[in-house]
Design a protein around this ligand. Structure first.
Ligand code: AMP
Ligand code: ZN
Length: 129
């Protein structure tokens, strides 16, 4: 079985630029170079995504997402954050260790309003059906 790259980062066997760490979670810079300030937050315990993640790991991860987001907006001059997350390959997940993306945002940063949302083709049914 292939090693999980994010577990290897947690163990210190793979490099990362850490932003925040506590007993349960780790926040580090995404290497995608797709947008400045792109941060990932993960639970230290391995789970694939929200579907198999236990609720404690999930809530600890969200606590860290909030902590890092608050720091970005109160200390680093950002106006907001996008919080993104994919669960399962069909949903666009490429690394099978649960992670939340934080994208720091500023007014007029040119990234658009909802740049990473999929294109919705329009519902086929009324919500009552
Ligand atoms: P997703 O497509 O939602 O599963 O996101 C996976 C993210 O992990 C991508 O944005 C990758 O750039 C990022 N990534 C993959 N390997 C590493 C790594 N070794 N260090 C930091 N980020 C990584
Ligand atoms: Zn893992």
């Amino acid at each position: 079985m292939n090693k999980c790259i994010f577990c290897e980062i947690v163990k210190g066997n793979a490099p990362s630029m850490k932003v925040y760490e506590d007993e349960f979670t780790l926040a580090f810079m995404d290497i995608a170079k797709d947008v400045d300030g792109h941060i990932l937050v993960i639970p230290k315990v391995h789970c694939e995504n929200i579907l198999d993640c236990d609720c404690e790991a999930l809530s600890k991860t969200m606590e860290t997402v909030k902590k890092v987001s608050n720091h970005l907006t109160s200390e680093c001059g950002y106006d907001g954050v996008d919080i993104l997350n994919a669960n399962g390959r069909a949903a666009g997940q490429t690394v099978p260790h649960f992670h939340m993306h934080i994208i720091p945002r500023q007014y007029k940063d040119g990234l658009g309003g909802a740049g990473e949302w999929p294109t919705f083709p329009g519902a086929k049914f009324d919500i009552e059906t």
